[in-house]
Unconditional design. Structure first.
Length: 155
């Protein structure tokens, strides 16, 4: 599992090749909000500016002592897919299949300290899994990632 000591001190700024147009717009928005900083803060993100994306957006609080990830915000499209609202729940409280896909993704964004995009298509535990996901770090102090902003679209 990820630990705070795994955090690199440099921030790579090479963007992933985001093929989904709405996720590409979110990535451009994140860059606009960060300006010259490594990453924007949660206070920089204006929900009204992301109106078309809101059903697909989620935010995950990163707690370091002890290390846990908690769903702060979950858009209605993700709630529909999951069949439940997971707002306020911790990742370690979620079903195993969900944790399997989510934990590695969150660890990646914490290690990369920049945008992480993934296209997933396959079968897992007899379920067809097909989605595109963008994860973006947010930081109040410009160094410590305290929120992961994400968006997901099913294919």
């Amino acid at each position: 599992m990820f630990t705070p000591s795994d955090v690199p001190t440099t921030v790579p700024m090479s963007d992933p090749n985001v093929t989904h147009p709405m996720l590409a717009n979110l990535l451009a928005y994140w860059h606009q909000k960060r300006g010259q900083r490594a990453m924007p803060a949660r206070a920089d993100i204006e929900p009204a500016e992301l109106k078309a994306l809101l059903p697909h957006i989620f935010m995950v609080d990163v707690e370091y002592e002890p290390f846990r990830l908690r769903y702060r915000l979950v858009g209605s499209a993700l709630v529909d897919v999951l069949g439940q609202d997971i707002k306020g729940k911790y990742l370690d409280e979620m079903p195993l299949l969900f944790r399997t896909f989510a934990a590695g993704a969150y660890e990646e964004v914490l290690k990369v300290r920049g945008p992480c995009y993934k296209e997933v298509r396959g079968i897992a535990a007899y379920f067809r899994v097909a989605y595109r996901r963008l994860l973006l770090p947010l930081s109040t102090d410009g160094q410590t990632i305290n929120i992961i902003l994400g968006a997901i679209f099913r294919d």
